[in-house]
Design a protein around this ligand. Sequence first.
Ligand SMILES: [Zn+2]
Length: 122
Amino acid sequence: MTNPAIRGSRVGAGPTGERGQIAQAEKITYYFFCSNEHVMSPMFAATVAKEDIPEFLECTKCGLPAGQDKANLPAVSKNEPYKTHLAYVKERRSEEEAAQLLEEAIEAIHLRRARSAESNSN
Ligand SMILES: [Zn+2]
């Protein structure tokens, strides 16, 4: 995931200022909160429209989604650890069940092959 804060901080930061000064593009700091109470404060150029500011950012400390509305954070329960899609899949289907399903599938293929072999020999 690209970080728009890094990309945005370079806007207008070139040495174009007069009297030896470096012109600074006006920047606005936005605060993003993750459910682990980390706070990020990326800056966006003032020219960036508010609707172009991402609704959620990935927390740089823990990887959880972080939102601007502290009272209405991205839905990740504090009691439940953040899980990957694979973790959810594994939870729904135990490895034993998966092995059994695979066996059944192989058996079904063998049966189908045996049947088609029979019909071919007729
Ligand atoms: Zn965090």
